[in-house]
Design a protein around this ligand. Structure first.
Ligand code: SF4
Length: 324
């Protein structure tokens, strides 16, 4: 029996290079080794979105991105969170065993309160409970996480322990599967690549859009003149070259340090390397997007497979809690 892995992907927009290098590549690699369940977590997105008119399209586009990136519905379960309503039932039931004080002390909740003081909704404080419901509904044993996400998983484990203490050993405590997700810095060179900061490159962008974005990237701030020696170790363009131009990376560093290469040419080279890398993925994406019946089928069948597991769990939970 393969170990079951669960991961959720927020549909806040199309998948960008940061998501791809930081997580999706790893999802694809895990499909052969693990029993993988991947969910586009659209209910989670509601906690921070105020305008939801794009949500449905974003979910669909994200499914297409994931398929183009290499997720294979014959090897993994790929589904949309809200299509399996048992997760909201379990969210409610787990909430009965989760002290409010645990949720109020979560650093990301405090951060969200700071960022969106006008929209501190109940869903936001319950976010870790819904996340726990996602994991345990499918009896996932391992959750791919970066080191920064371990505290979230620890809270999920605490909720599971508390629930098991009250109602008997129903759930496994999910374990973190530490992955070397690289943190991909955005084109501004400051923060993590993200759509909200507009410092990203979408996988589905055209070659021209990609090149234009790369040309706007911040480089070594100390390098003012073309003749100044550069410091590749602080340059974000260089970091992206490490992913997309590994065969010439040493050369780039040497030429940068000796000012034999200018930043404009260096960025053009990076843009070309990213485009060469993404060309097959973009072609696959166009094919998948043109076959809407196939996308519908993947979404429908993914939900059916996930729900078959969810129904068993929710029945067991209700029996243990005295509801059935
Ligand atoms: Fe960065 Fe390339 Fe400019 Fe060096 S030459 S600072 S690596 S963009």
């Amino acid at each position: 029996m393969k170990k079951r892995v669960f991961s959720g992907i927020r549909p806040t927009g199309r998948i960008h290079l940061g998501n791809y290098l930081g997580a999706v590549q790893n999802y694809v690699a895990m499909q052969d080794e693990y029993d993988c369940i991947y969910s586009v977590v659209d209910i989670h997105a509601l906690t921070t979105l105020e305008d939801t008119h794009l949500l449905k399209d974003n979910v669909r586009e994200q499914v297409i991105d994931l398929l183009a990136a290499g997720l294979d519905p014959d090897k993994c379960i790929l589904f949309v969170q809200s299509h399996v309503p048992e997760v909201t039932e379990l969210f409610t039931l787990l909430g009965m065993a989760t002290p409010l004080s645990w949720l109020l002390r979560v650093p990301t909740f405090k951060e969200k309160v700071r960022l969106q003081p006008h929209n501190v909704n109940y869903g936001l404080v319950g976010y870790p409970v819904l996340m726990t419901a996602d994991i345990v509904l499918y009896k996932a044993e391992a959750i791919p996480v970066g080191e920064d996400q371990l505290p979230h998983l620890e809270l999920a484990r605490e909720i599971v322990r508390r629930f098991n203490e009250h109602f008997g050993p129903i759930f496994l405590e999910p374990q973190g599967k530490l992955t070397n997700f690289p943190m991909v810095v955005g084109l501004d060179g400051r923060d993590k690549m993200s759509k909200s900061l507009n410092n990203h490159i979408e996988l589905a962008a055209t070659a021209e859009e990609t090149l234009k974005k790369v040309m706007s990237a911040v480089t070594d701030p100390a390098r003012r003149l073309r003749s100044d020696p550069g410091h590749p170790e602080v340059c974000n363009v260089y970091k992206l070259h490490q992913h997309f131009s590994p065969e010439v990376i040493e050369n780039i560093a040497v030429e940068c340090r000796s000012a034999a290469r200018g930043c404009v040419d260096c960025k053009k080279q990076l843009g070309a390397a990213i485009n060469a890398y993404l060309t097959p993925l973009r072609a696959r994406r166009a094919e998948i997007a043109a076959d809407q019946a196939y996308v519908d089928k993947v979404i429908r069948e993914g939900a059916a497979k996930a729900q078959a597991i969810a129904k068993v769990t929710i029945t067991e939970v209700k029996q243990r809690m005295g509801l059935l």
